[in-house]
Design a protein around this ligand. Structure first.
Ligand code: SF4
Ligand code: SF4
Ligand code: SF4
Ligand code: FES
Length: 623
């Protein structure tokens, strides 16, 4: 019974649970109806974003005094009388739990999960303090081959939550069940070590596992959930802006999880779950001028003098910054008449212009071509991907593509040298040659005149891509490496012709903030102001290039890098977990950034520096 059934269910079923009148909707499971009525039923293999399989039998309920069924897979019927807490039911549950205990290694005091474990909670709820069966666990070797995830399968209760997560949420199918009966175990890729498997290190299986059988190395033994504070914020590492639940303990971040009831169904990529935890680059905690530490006021004064004296100034700002900081930076650079570039802003500006111009040329009825969000891919019957690097740059969006393909959507990789989705899905993938011909023509048409393309030609071309054109929802994804205007024109022309939606995925959130940062920079400038914030080495190439053509280099950054080493003036900046404000994701939705920990540097906010720099022009200071 899928979760979708719950939302599709109709009202109108009256039943009794534990003697309490309950109104349910047709198609709901007994478990769903009980939860809505605040009646608790024990569960183990059930997990909110996943399909229910009725495997663990922990949720057994008695129906009409005659039969027992699993509440997670049995739908409600009018007039049902259900008991969830009889002595017989708890005897059943205790027997199952004792068998789990005897067949596996569940000595909680030695387990990473102790205190956060759903199985341990069930042992306690069932009042189990001894086991009648002989202890005969298999002594399976712990798999430590993966740098971020450990498999300790002697603690595995075979609930299958990890397998279903890897399949249904991540679309990766790395984890499966092997063998049957007592020999059953969870394996990666039919039996290789996890670190050598097709695992994409998203960590979703560890989040879904109810026991200590899968855990993440960086978070292990760093505090139970009840000892932690949790702050929900957004990830700025790519343009999806996934929601993060950040756990802190004693002023340290100990764990990052995805939000399971959010749009991302608990998914994060390796960077969001693990990369943000383990940033070992040295922190810049105080300003410096030509290598000497100075106070904030002195560094700002020197920066102001350099900017005042310069006739040509190039400025580049990270697209990881909150909207409020990007706006403040634009205002402060405007005060010095600087040219400002934000990576991705030019493409975003081009796309808006092209979408407005192209759509009516190819389809006068085409409205807004923008996809409502990455989740729209899940409902698509055809997906065309321009730039399959999204497998690396936007792994969560790539997982939506894999899932759509597994559900039967046709996947077209446009001009991809490498078929990067094929090995993970059983969907047919077309080479895209017909599509390429079509898109070459669409550039010419836009450059000349739409009327140059006769109606019959249009028909022929559209027929070349029936997958996109044939009914249903089709999505065209534009990856971050696409910069050429021709390719953008092609994609939007194709979308207009085939009634497809475009999901444009620039590198980061906030590539487009009110058109800020689409200026052409000077070939060389007297001063370069490079607001790198927490950009990583891979992101700094453009700023390094701009720095090389400037006489004086001012860098505002969170961590040491090749850029800060070359800078004349270095100003500190907040790290991702110290910021607050908003960012706009790829679908144009604002996501909230919340401060997780207080800053441990010489400034409390980036805007404070920028306001000082503009001599108070930006008076409203927020983090
Ligand atoms: S998995 Fe849970 S029940 Fe088993 S040892 Fe660990 S904490 Fe205890
Ligand atoms: S980390 Fe992600 S890809 Fe790897 S096995 Fe777990 S769910 Fe699958
Ligand atoms: S590893 Fe965890 S999630 Fe996977 S089957 Fe075992 S107990 Fe369940
Ligand atoms: S929770 Fe229903 S069978 Fe496992």
């Amino acid at each position: 019974m899928s979760k979708a059934t719950q939302s599709e269910a109709e009202p109108g079923v009256a039943l009794e649970i534990n003697g309490q009148d309950v109104q349910a909707r047709e198609g709901q499971t007994i478990l769903e109806a009980a939860r809505e009525a605040d009646i608790e039923i024990p569960t183990l293999c059930e997990h909110e974003p996943l399909t229910n399989v009725g495997g663990c039998r922990m949720c057994l309920v008695e129906i009409d005094g005659k039969r027992t069924e699993t509440a997670c897979t049995t739908t409600v019927q009018d007039g049902m009388e259900i008991e969830v807490d009889t002595d017989d039911l708890w005897d059943h549950r205790r027997t199952i739990l004792e068998l789990m205990f005897s067949e596996q290694n569940h000595y909680c005091m030695y387990c990473e999960m102790e205190g956060d474990c759903e199985l341990e909670d069930l042992f306690n709820e069932a009042g189990l303090d001894a086991c009648e069966y002989p202890l005969e666990y298999n002594d399976i070797e712990v798999d430590t081959s993966h740098s971020e995830i450990t498999l300790d399968l002697d603690r595995c209760v075979l609930c299958g939550r990890c397998v279903r997560t890897c399949d249904e949420v991540v679309g990766n199918d790395t984890l499966t069940f092997k063998d049957r009966g007592l020999e059953t175990e969870i394996v990666a890729d039919d039996g290789v070590a996890l670190g050598e498997s097709s695992c994409i290190s998203c960590g979703a299986c560890a989040q879904a596992c109810p026991t200590g059988a899968i855990y993440t190395n960086q978070s292990a033994y760093r505090g139970r959930e009840e000892e932690c504070d949790v702050v929900t914020t957004a990830c700025t590492e790519c343009s999806l802006g996934c929601e993060l639940e950040v756990y802190t303990n004693s002023g340290r971040i100990v764990k990052i999880e995805g939000v399971e009831d959010g749009a991302d169904a608990g998914q994060l990529c390796e960077m969001g779950r693990f990369g943000l935890l383990g940033d070992s680059r040295e922190r810049i905690d105080e300003p410096s001028v030509r290598g000497d530490s100075v106070d904030v006021e002195t560094a700002i004064e020197r920066a102001r003098e350099s900017l005042d004296d310069a006739d040509t100034i190039n400025a580049v700002a990270s697209s990881r910054l909150p909207t409020e900081v990007t706006e403040a930076f634009a205002a402060s650079m405007d005060a010095y008449d600087a040219s400002l570039e934000v990576p991705g802003a030019k493409r975003a500006t081009d796309e808006r212009r092209i979408a407005e111009k192209v759509a009516p040329l190819f389809n006068e009825h085409a409205g807004n071509l923008r996809a409502s969000g990455p989740e729209a891919v899940l409902d698509a019957e055809a997906v065309a991907v321009f730039d399959t690097s999204i497998v690396d740059t936007h792994p969560v969006a790539a997982s939506y593509v894999r899932r759509a393909a597994k559900d039967g959507a046709t996947l077209v990789s446009v001009d991809a040298d490498e078929d990067r989705f094929a090995s993970k899905s059983d969907a047919s993938i077309e080479s895209g040659s017909a599509l390429s011909r079509l898109t070459e023509d669409s550039v010419e048409v836009v450059e000349d005149d739409a009327s140059a393309l006769a109606d019959s030609d249009t028909e022929t071309l559209i027929n070349a891509v029936p997958a996109l054109e044939d009914g249903g929802i089709s999505i065209i994804i534009l990856g971050p490496e696409i910069e050429e205007e021709d390719t953008l024109i092609n994609a939007y022309a194709l979308a207009a012709m085939t009634d497809s939606k475009v999901l444009s995925l620039p590198d980061r959130v906030n590539s487009f903030v009110d058109g800020i940062g689409a200026d052409d920079l000077h070939d060389d400038a007297e001063v370069a102001y490079l607001f790198a914030a927490d950009d990583r080495e891979d992101d700094l190439d453009r700023m390094v290039e701009v720095a090389r053509t400037a006489d004086t280099v001012i860098v505002q950054a969170t961590r040491e890098s090749i850029l800060t080493k070359a800078a004349d003036i270095v100003l500190p900046s907040l790290d991702w977990f110290e910021r607050s404000g908003t960012v706009t994701d790829a679908s144009g939705t604002d996501r909230e950034l919340a401060r997780v920990l207080d800053p441990r540097v010489a400034i409390d906010s980036d805007r404070e520096v920028l306001s000082e720099l503009a001599e108070g022009d930006i008076l409203e200071v927020k983090p």
